[in-house]
Design a protein around this ligand. Structure first.
Ligand code: SF4
Length: 66
């Protein structure tokens, strides 16, 4: 699984960080998403899919592999 985040779309809602705090973080200054783990291990996949589905601006891109 490979992830991208679009910081121009992100509105800083933080839903992704609540779902997968080891994968996503938010910038201190404005709450915009940052990616901690671009290729998360399988133990994070369910949480990452949930985060992408919950993101109100569809800023999280998930590319499944294998
Ligand atoms: S859920 Fe979406 S809009 Fe909210 S912080 Fe994460 S990427 Fe940004």
């Amino acid at each position: 699984m490979k992830l991208t985040v679009d910081q121009d779309k992100c509105c800083g809602a933080g839903a992704c960080v609540l779902s997968a705090p080891e994968v996503f973080d938010q910038r201190d200054e404005d709450g915009i998403v940052t990616l901690l783990t671009p290729e998360p291990g399988s133990e994070h996949h369910a949480a990452v899919r949930e985060a992408a589905a919950m993101c109100p601006t569809a800023a999280i891109g998930v590319r499944e592999s294998g």
